[in-house]
Structure formats: structure tokens, C-alpha cells
Design a binder for this molecule. Structure first.
Ligand code: ARG
Length: 254
């Protein structure tokens, strides 16, 4: 009888212990370290602000990756030239900011498979058009600092651009007569000129592709990210986000 009693007690304690373990695991998941995305949210439709909330195509892609990892999600916006440093230092788990894959950046971070093929264009005033890269030589060019447009001006045109914190600020400088033209990625550029009568865009002056960036040396995470992107391309979700967020960002201009 005494043995039976202690067996019962042991069973009860054991049960309680197991339940608390399961509970604890469940809680752990909810409290798991958030998957932190770093971006620069003046770049519609890839990332922009809906009120205080950072939304856009890159946010959806990063959220899908967080979900695969079973981790809560958190997004933060900083100046564009701080995005890659935040990935390198481990302050963020993923950089997703319409980041163009370049040989230089590849030395510092690992890139996923690309999720879009795109490029940069010239934004000009219709009464003073610039349609080719070489037309911009010697002109006062405005760009978002730290971008491939910035590098284009320095390396291809051999001059220094005026650097602004967003494509929209660069376009505002053009409208104010503080520069002759703007160079920017086509999608935010399109958003900037939407409904603006006196501005137009050139054809692409470069060909680039966007990918997400992570700290080097994480082959398993990179594999999971590549699989997620391939899945989002195959199931049409990515295309749907492109359509939805382009429409939402354009509507903000109305
Ligand atoms: N694609 C260009 C680059 O990588 C511009 C990206 C700017 N992105 C942003 N979220 N502001 O340099």
C-alpha cells in the first residue's frame, strides 16, 4: 500500500512536471526572439509607411520567412546606408530594402536568390528631358544616398551627386529647381511622378536585381529563405503583393 501510494505521488508529480514542460515550451515559442527585419521605408511599393506601420512587398517576404521559422516578426526603418551595416553587425536578422545585388555588397553579406529584376531610371522635367545615362554627365544629379543610383553617378558619370534621404526628397529638389534631374529605382520613381504633370521617366539605364541580405555564414537560413522566395514566386503571392502594394502606394498620392 505504501509503495502504491508513493507510486501515485510520483505519477502525479511526473504529470505535473510534464504539463509544465509542455506549457513552458508553448510559451517559449510565443516569446521566441523576434525575427528582425531592417529596411528603409521610403521606397514604395517595396516598403513605405501606412500611418506608423511599415508595409510593402519586402515586409511580406520577410514576414513569410519569420513564419517559416516560427518566430514573431519585427520591422525597423533606418537610413538606407545603415541597412547593410545592421545586417553585418547582427543588429538585424534580415535586410530587405529593395537591395540590389552587387559584387561589392556580396563581400559583406550573403544574398538570397533574386526576387525581382529591375533597374534605375532618370526622372526629368518634360521641358528639360534627359533620356540616356550619358546625357546626365556634368549635370546636377540628385539621388537617395548609398544606393546604386549614387554609385552610378560616382562610377559611371565620374562626379558627385546631391544625396537625399529618400527618392521623394530627391524629386522634391528637382521640382524646387535645386538639381537638373534625379536618378532612382524605377518603382519608387514611378510612384513619385504619379499624377505629376511636368515630370517623366527615361528607360532603364541599368539592369539590377533585388535580393534579401543576411549576415554571412548561415547556410541553413539562406536555404530556407531561398525556398520561401521560390515558393512565393510559384504560388503567385509575390505577384499579388506587387499588384496590391503598388496600388496602395499609388492611392496614397491621390
Ligand atoms: N536598389 C537600390 C540599391 O540597392 C536602391 C534601394 C533603396 N532602398 C530603399 N528601401 N530605400 O541601392
Amino acid at each position: 500500500m505504501k509503495n502504491f501510494l508513493s507510486l501515485c505521488i510520483a505519477a502525479v508529480i511526473c504529470c505535473g512536471f510534464l504539463t509544465s514542460c509542455t506549457k513552458k515550451n508553448g510559451d517559449d515559442n510565443a516569446n521566441a526572439k523576434p525575427f528582425r527585419m531592417i529596411t528603409e521605408a521610403t521606397f514604395p511599393p517595396y516598403e513605405f509607411l501606412r500611418g506608423q506601420e511599415i508595409v510593402g512587398i519586402d515586409v511580406e517576404i520577410s514576414k513569410a520567412i519569420a513564419e517559416k521559422l516560427g518566430r514573431p516578426f519585427k520591422a525597423e526603418t533606418v537610413d538606407f546606408d545603415s541597412v547593410i551595416p545592421a545586417v553585418i553587425s547582427g543588429k538585424a536578422d534580415i535586410g530587405a530594402a529593395g537591395i540590389t545585388v552587387t559584387e561589392d555588397r556580396k563581400k559583406n553579406v550573403d544574398f538570397s536568390i533574386p526576387y525581382v529584376t529591375t533597374g534605375i531610371v532618370i526622372v526629368y522635367k518634360k521641358d528639360a528631358p534627359f533620356t540616356k545615362g550619358e546625357d546626365c554627365k556634368g549635370k546636377k544629379v540628385a539621388v537617395q544616398g548609398g544606393t546604386t543610383s549614387d554609385t552610378y553617378v560616382v562610377e559611371q558619370l565620374g562626379q558627385e551627386p546631391d544625396r537625399y534621404r529618400s527618392p521623394a526628397e530627391a524629386v522634391a529638389a528637382l521640382q524646387a529647381g535645386r538639381c537638373d534631374l534625379v536618378i532612382a529605382d524605377i518603382d519608387p520613381a514611378k510612384n513619385c511622378v504619379k499624377g505629376v504633370e511636368n515630370l517623366a521617366l527615361s528607360d532603364f539605364i541599368t539592369s539590377e536585381s533585388y535580393a534579401v541580405a543576411i549576415k554571412k555564414g548561415q547556410p541553413e537560413l539562406l536555404k530556407l529563405i531561398d525556398e520561401t522566395i521560390a515558393e512565393l514566386q510559384a504560388n503567385g503571392k509575390l505577384a499579388q503583393w506587387v499588384a496590391d502594394y503598388t496600388a496602395e502606394a499609388d492611392a496614397l498620392k491621390d
